[in-house]
Ligand binder design. Structure first.
Ligand SMILES: NC(=O)c1ccc[n+]([C@@H]2O[C@H](COP(=O)([O-])OP(=O)(O)OC[C@H]3O[C@@H](n4cnc5c(N)ncnc54)[C@H](OP(=O)(O)O)[C@@H]3O)[C@@H](O)[C@H]2O)c1
Length: 271
């Protein structure tokens, strides 16, 4: 495992206006990395305030670059604007994401399409563009924020889980292709984490499954993730409980049983 030095490097983070992305920006700044932070255009003012706070507290350069990653030109525009803002970029953190909870055939089609655009097309496009830059420059790294949902079917948020499985497989395959280039890829696979993502429309206020899986905080996830990233980890689950559930238990059980269990585990019960 090759260690990654972050001091003085430039890190691009999408979806840095809240939750895990915002917490990651704090941890990368703490390591002395300069930042380019992405957000939706409507969040630019709030992100500017966060950027000013990071500059003052950690003495690093921080640029806020708005772009709607759900649009067709959004990811390419974001890539161009990030390069213009920072010049050389060393690390891409694909983090911006959406969730939709409900029946596959009842959720609005446009919402599902938007989720697919942000969670897969934007991840893929930014990986594709930045990795080309990194290979030409002889080095760089990608941190793809995936999920524990990437490892098995997730009834009631089936499309979300499928987008994370896409990111997981793409990351692990491309990582192997990049041998010898100086470019690495890590996936971060957080458990359920208390962020606005889980407070959106329709998502159950409390899943009984939290009693088994736990509910993490963005600060804990980000602190552990940046430490693991620096150490050159490949697939990183942030806690032992997630590791046992998603890397051990679900792998030894029949796949059909795991899918059946996901129906009950993630079922909304009266809230
Ligand atoms: N929370 C969990 O339980 C959990 C668990 C595992 C993995 N994850 C993953 O962690 C990542 C961050 O999620 P989070 O939990 O921190 O949720 P969050 O607080 O809702 O953050 C999502 C971020 O993505 C941004 N975003 C959404 N749509 C966008 C678009 N079209 N263009 C640009 N930016 C957009 C949001 O901007 P706005 O604030 O402006 O909407 C926000 O900054 C996601 O990839 C998620 O799948 C989360």
């Amino acid at each position: 495992m090759k260690k990654i030095e972050l001091q003085g490097k430039t890190v691009v983070i999408t979806g840095a206006s809240s939750g895990i992305g915002k917490a990651l920006s704090v941890e990368f700044a703490r390591e002395g990395a300069h930042l380019v932070l992405g957000c939706l255009p409507a969040e630019k003012r709030a992100l500017d305030a966060h950027a000013a706070h990071l500059r003052e507290k950690f003495g690093v350069r921080v640029a806020a670059v708005p772009a709607d990653l759900a649009t067709e030109p959004g990811p390419r525009r974001f890539h161009a604007a990030a390069r213009k803002a920072a010049g050389r970029i060393d690390v891409l953190v694909n983090n911006a994401g959406l969730m939709a909870y409900g029946s596959f055939h009842e959720l609005p089609l446009e919402r599902q399409m938007q989720l697919i655009r942000v969670n897969t097309i934007a991840y893929f496009t930014l990986m594709r563009l930045f990795i080309e830059d990194f290979v030409k420059a002889g080095g760089g790294a990608v941190l793809n924020v995936s999920s524990i949902s990437a490892f098995q079917p997730t009834a009631h948020h089936a499309v979300y889980g499928a987008t994370k499985a896409f990111v997981q497989n793409l990351s692990e395959a491309v990582r192997e292709e990049l041998r010898g280039t100086g470019v690495s890829i890590m996936t971060l696979n957080p458990p359920y984490t208390d962020t606005p993502l889980l407070k959106g429309r329709d998502f159950p206020r409390k899943l009984w499954w939290y009693a088994v899986s736990g509910l993490s905080t963005p600060e804990i996830v980000a602190r552990r993730a940046v430490r693991a990233f620096r150490r050159g980890r490949v697939v990183y689950l942030t806690d032992a409980r997630s590791f046992i559930l998603h890397m051990v238990v679900q792998r030894v059980l029949p796949r059909r049983l795991v899918a059946w269990m996901s129906y009950y585990v993630l079922l909304k019960r009266g809230n």
